[in-house]
Design a protein around this ligand. Structure first.
Ligand SMILES: [Mg+2]
Length: 209
């Protein structure tokens, strides 16, 4: 069976770590000592009084008006190029609502994401094998999983354990967690694989091929 690889978008292809850090400093929520890491920043901010709302406001800013300054994660673009060269079909499947609760600017988050992908060169189909029609935004995690199934993905790459721990996640889709802060024994519990960097994912798929 030919491989069909689905890839998550937020924090798998695009990094918001710098943006979150700057937002958190500007809002006076953290000092300069905290690590520039999404998960660590999130946990610190959420524990502050009113932190849950502050966190949602930051998310509204980074996925909306701030999206243009989000950064491409190292080696991910090259992964799509290699898949294209090997004739492997790829899709981007993302859990992303159209609008953010705390965004007062009315920014369409899905349009911002598509603009970002276009600007990063992803829709140069001759290079990446992708067009905007290969990008799916879903409103819930369950809808995302249903999309992964209906596209016939053989592998899915995501930074969130929760995607793979969802009971409806298809058993026959290989789980590849892109994450350096894994809680517990993800691999043993879900029969998945964990990689900290995209170059390790390259190696996993393409070594010897
Ligand atoms: Mg993600």
């Amino acid at each position: 069976m030919p491989e069909i690889i689905g890839v998550d978008f937020d924090n798998t292809i695009v990094s918001y770590d710098d943006l979150i850090y700057r937002q958190a400093i500007e809002r006076g929520l953290v000092d300069g000592q905290v690590l520039k890491n999404k998960k660590i920043l999130r946990d610190v901010i959420r524990e502050l009084p009113g932190g849950e709302i502050e966190w949602q406001k930051i998310q509204a800013a980074i996925y909306g008006p701030g999206m243009g300054r989000a950064t491409l994660i190292e080696d991910v673009f090259e992964f799509f190029i290699r898949c294209k060269d090997k004739g492997i079909r790829t899709y981007i499947v993302s859990h992303k609502t159209q609008f953010a609760n705390y965004d007062t600017t009315g920014t369409d988050l899905r349009k911002e994401a598509l603009k970002w992908l276009d600007k990063a060169g992803f829709f140069n189909a001759g290079v990446s094998g992708l067009s905007s029609g290969d990008v799916y935004f879903e409103s819930t995690r369950i809808d995302k999983i249903n999309r992964i199934r209906s596209l016939g993905c053989t592998h899915f790459i995501d930074d969130l354990e929760e995607t793979f721990r969802e009971p409806s996640f298809p058993r026959d889709v290989e789980k590849i967690l892109f994450n350096s802060h894994v809680s517990g024994d993800f691999a043993a519990e879900t029969n998945g694989k964990v990689f900290e960097e995209w170059k390790d994912i390259h190696r996993y798929f393409f070594n010897g091929k």
